[in-house]
Design a protein. Sequence first.
Length: 442
Amino acid sequence: MTYQKQSEWPGGFVTDITIKNTATTAVNGWALDFTFPGDQRITTLWSATHAQSGSAVTIRNARWNGTIAAGASVSIGFQGTWSGSNTAPRASPSTAPPACEQGPLVIAFSHRRISMGPFGRAEGSQLPPGVRTMALRPLGDADILAGMEIVTRTDRPELHEAAAVVFHERWPEFIFHDDVPKRYMGRVKEHFARYDVMVLDEGSVVAGGWGVPMAWDGAVDDLPAGYDDALVRAVDGREAGVEPTTLSIMAVAVSSSHDKRGMAGVVLEELARRAHGDGLAHVVAPLRPTWKHRYPMVPMAEYAGWTRGDGLSIDPWIRTHQRMGARVLRPAPRSMVIEGTVAEWESWADMLFPVTREYVVPGALNLVLIDRERDLGVYVEENLWVQHMAPAHPHRRAPTPTAPPGGTATASPRHSPGPHPTASVSGRRPETVGPDSVALCW
């Protein structure tokens, strides 16, 4: 594991954590337990979930990144507060190393690295001072699925309004005035209800997403122009009897109450699972990048190429997909086209447009053209096509029934993943070996 503070200021800090599996077999479900040496508190954590009691912290994998393949890594991060000191976690000393049944893992704190040997003996340089305990352990189903349920909207029609609230709080008003969805959404719900899912946390809608199956030959040049075109291709293709090959994930939304808890990944994983379970060869998505509205005059192709020091996109939504193994295909140049009168646009944007020109509008990824002489506002939104790879271990998911001829498949209201390792593989607690090393069994 790498614990790397990215930034620090009086009272606050941001840390990235990378967990690498150097074993020859995959880790299926994990948790990270540690104790802060000071009064640090995690305020926001992404790509995982966490619980903190005093200085003791437990971080658990999100639903979509619980499997760490041999030699692979997962990255998470958090923002926290501190007042007295902000030293990194450190393992406590002990004398007798446990005998590990699996291994090795790599544990590293900041720029210092500890290499876990196959017999549980740690080797490496001195650890930074401060932490009393740190451990990485596998999780069972109870850890990963506690209180969560995945249903379709047809399973729980009474939750339709609650789901609509989740979607509406995440997008600007003008997004809901695209004429193409108005013409096609009724048939989308009729034909593709199986790919309209909600995540329930103790019965409340906390996230949702939907997609449409369509024909795509796998070539970049054969991609739809974007969101609108994918809707048209999917519905028209279904009604013309064209065999779909691809699921296009059209939208994912997470309630603000469940931000930074991996819920978007849960939805993406579930939709992809259904697609591959139904025999679809590809999963793609016309992304609406989270931060693109901050740079409305920058072309999408340029924006998509902006990266952080770790090589991942600066954009949180693109980065979520990248961490799940997705690759960028190309910009979607005319993903959505939204037209309205000047008065309608002033209402949608909550601003005035006194003259004819292009305007920066809050929430818009591109400029909005207002023509007062024609009483017309036109917005052409550029999105970004990405493709998700087929799951490496599809057998870990319960099979999903395919639709009978002329019908719609009935989705099980509960997500039922296959078996995971028990909470303790070796039956021993992680212990340290002297002040400068740590042994970890998993």
